[in-house]
Design a protein around this ligand. Structure first.
Ligand code: NAI
Length: 674
């Protein structure tokens, strides 16, 4: 079947209607660029041209699938310029998303009219780029330098009202059709084209201040600073600066940072559709039960309420239920303070929530998520009680970190409805949800897990069963190597610094102090009997726990914390404990360079990730990268450990892993390939 042309021009008296129809999001792919170039010719003779888009949105960006290939003519900046220079002035009539190339096209039009729910932005920074079709040059001329920095360097989304306040749209309307008809009937004088205007004066210190903020915030990512640089070029004439912007845009497309961010962008979409749910239809879930209202249960209940579900939380006794109720109310109140919820919505959400101490209350829930103590017998008992009251087809989910879901669900008849939903702390904030399938979980139930994840705004990743699933198993490998580094010569602050320098928000030891050392300790004790005797086992972390050093909550862990302060302070007690450990094991401590530390730890992470894929625990390397980025703070601009090791070359990464493994052969298995 022949596709309709992506750009159509129709005349209605002296008005030319130019309509882009390039589903799904009217991206500026080659057909659209060519169509727009032709349209500038075709509208000649009209009094005004109205540029609009079919479907749900205006142009929502470029076509990223074209980014790896050399650009094809006509290039977007030229098309945008043709629109601005057109002898017939253009009105942009916008709805949906006006992003990237879409915003650049809109800025070249003489006037801009937007539906009130239109969203605007230049998200190029989020894929490691700067705009390439005049965005960084027209935007400061249109909205001023301060707002332009705010928009282009963060990639944030603005509303139509924001744009109206900035003077960047002429009209915001509920009914676009009648608004534009009224507007073109009495057309104002054609304004000076945006590219020919001066950038409004701004305080000279603005640039340096912004640079400092961006340097701090971007943690090694270059694109926010690249955008700032390009915005500064707007002090030069447009005709000189715009080609520089274009050249830099094309250069950045070839850089590792942009490749990594685009990898993350596509991986997010791909992991949401694992093969395991192909063709499966998720159930429609509206009522859930959460068992256990501690740290995780309260967070999960909050996330579910924010996602619009009704939640019944079940605790051990009335006091614990009251405490859990308070915890959830506090978290929802926090959402109000952050502007995520209005007062009226808070009331509605509180009405959809109850905390009780009676399992019978779970009777009408379609799904139960268990988040009680990490204890097999306790969890088995919880599910036995739930099974007694809930429908036989209801979904039973565990939030266990390390226990085997097969053992947890051993006593349940309907194994097809049992699943792991592993949230990360704090559960109402962290994006990652590991969906753990057992060999018996039905594809319908897995698909329902994904639907719930989406409803709660999570990035869901499918995992099979292994110790720690995808994320905590990788974390264990990462910590194991970090502990070897300590035993062999490094100190916690050096390891933490090296990983921060790599781009992690925190090093492994600061992070352990923040989240607490107990759960991993309990897991190590549980696994002691079955641990491979060939594996080198460093006991420094255990010694800290034995000394009551569980992290920030106890005022000390790998570091010291003074008076409830969260800033880690190096602790000579810990450092001498480490040095005595080395001495007691006849280890000659040696220096580790910062880069040596990070390259070893990342090699270990990507090796473990490759093993996880090899064993079929994760469906793809992309899934592993998503777990690391959304659950463990791996820098998105590095694309995750699998992407990173690909980028530096699998052979390089493998060689580092071989060096690591050669030092402690019993501790590591090397993946076949990655
Ligand atoms: P927590 O100790 O803060 O909360 C557990 C809650 O369960 C307590 O409020 C307790 O009163 C309640 N509870 C215990 N037995 C119960 C029963 N029979 N019926 C009803 N309620 C009962 O523990 P936390 O940290 O929330 O962990 C819960 C689960 O989530 C554990 O399996 C843990 O491994 C897992 N998890 C923990 C993460 C974390 O960062 N803390 C992250 C991801 C999973």
């Amino acid at each position: 079947m022949q596709q309709p042309p992506p750009v159509k021009v129709e005349r209605e008296g002296d008005i030319a209607w130019v309509t882009i129809d390039n589903p799904p999001v009217n991206a500026t792919s080659i057909g659209v660029r060519q169509g727009l170039a032709n349209a500038v010719e075709a509208v000649k003779g009209a009094r005004v041209a109205v540029l609009t888009c079919a479907g749900k949105t205006f142009i929502a960006g470029g076509d990223m699938s074209e980014f790896d290939a050399p650009p094809v003519e006509p290039h977007l900046p030229d098309v945008v310029q043709m629109i601005e220079d057109s002898e017939v002035p253009f009105v942009a009539l916008m709805h949906g998303n006006v992003l990237g190339g879409g915003f650049e096209v809109a800025m070249a039009c003489a006037w801009r009219i937007a539906a009130s729910d239109t969203r605007f932005g230049l998200p190029e920074v989020k894929v490691g780029l700067i705009p390439g079709a005049g965005g960084t040059q027209r935007l400061p001329r249109l909205v001023g330098m301060e707002a332009a920095i705010d928009i282009a360097c963060s990639g944030k989304i603005l509303t139509a009202q924001d744009l109206l306040d900035l003077g960047a749209v002429d009209y915001v309307a509920e009914d676009l059709q009648s608004a534009v008809r009224e507007f073109v009937t009495d057309l104002p004088d054609r304004p000076v084209p945006v590219s020919q205007r001066d950038v409004p004066k701004y305080p000279p210190e603005l640039i340096e201040k912004s640079r400092e903020t961006l340097l701090k915030r971007s943690k090694g990512q270059q694109s926010p600073l690249e955008n700032l640089t390009a915005l500064i070029w707007s002090s030069e004439p447009f005709a000189k600066a715009q080609p520089k912007e274009r050249a830099r845009h094309l250069e950045l497309r070839q850089r590792a940072e942009s490749r990594a961010l685009r990898h993350a962008f596509f991986a997010e979409r791909n992991v949401a559709r694992p093969l395991a749910i192909k063709g499966a239809i998720p159930r429609d879930i509206s009522r859930i039960a959460v068992v256990g209202g501690g740290l995780m249960g309260a967070g999960i209940a909050t996330a579910a309420l924010l996602g619009g579900l009704s939640v019944t939380l079940i605790e051990r006794d009335a006091d614990a239920a009251a405490a859990a109720h308070e915890r959830v109310a506090g978290l929802l109140q926090g959402a109000v303070s952050r502007g995520k919820l209005t007062g009226a919505q808070l009331q509605d959400r509180m009405e959809a929530f109850r905390a009780v101490d009676d399992y019978a209350a779970a009777a009408d829930a379609q799904l139960a998520v268990e988040a009680v103590f990490e204890d097999l017998a306790v969890k088995q008992q919880v599910f036995a009680e739930l099974a007694e009251y809930m429908d036989g087809e209801a979904i039973l989910a565990t939030n266990t970190s390390y226990l085997d879901p097969m053992e947890i669900f051993a006593g349940i008849n309907n194994q097809a409805c049992c699943i792991g939903l592993h949230f990360f702390s704090p559960a109402h904030v962290m994006k990652l949800l590991e969906i753990v399938r057992t060999p018996h979980t039905s594809s319908e139930v897995i698909a329902t897990g994904f639907a719930i994840g989406k409803r709660l705004g999570k990035i869901s990743v499918l995992s099979g069963i292994c110790d720690g699933f995808i994320g905590n198993r990788m974390l264990a490998a990462y910590r194991r190597e970090a502990d070897y580094l300590l035993a062999d010569g490094a100190l916690p602050y050096q390891v933490d610094e090296a990983m921060r320098e790599f781009g992690m928000p925190m090093g492994p030891y600061e992070l352990q102090d923040l989240t607490g050392l107990q759960i991993a300790w309990a897991n190590r004790k549980r696994n002691a009997a079955t641990r491979n005797p060939q594996e080198r086992y460093v006991t420094i972390a255990d010694q800290l726990c034995e000394n009551g050093r569980f992290g920030q909550r106890t005022g000390k862990g790998w570091y010291r914390y003074d008076d409830g302060n969260r800033t880690p302070i190096r602790d000579p007690d810990v450092e001498s404990l480490i040095e005595s450990y080395s001495a007691a094991h006849d280890i000659q401590r040696r220096e580790f360079r910062t880069e040596e530390i990070s390259s070893r730890l990342i090699a270990v992470l990507s090796n473990e990730g490759a093993l996880i894929v090899e064993e079929g625990i994760a469906e793809s390397a992309e899934a592993v990268d998503m777990v690391q980025i959304h659950g463990y703070g791996f820098p998105r601009w590095r694309g995750g450990p699998m992407n990173y090791s690909n980028e530096i070359g699998p052979a390089v990464s493998r060689q580092t892993m071989e060096t690591v493994a050669a030092e402690n052969p019993g501790s590591w298995r090397i993946a076949r390939e990655r």
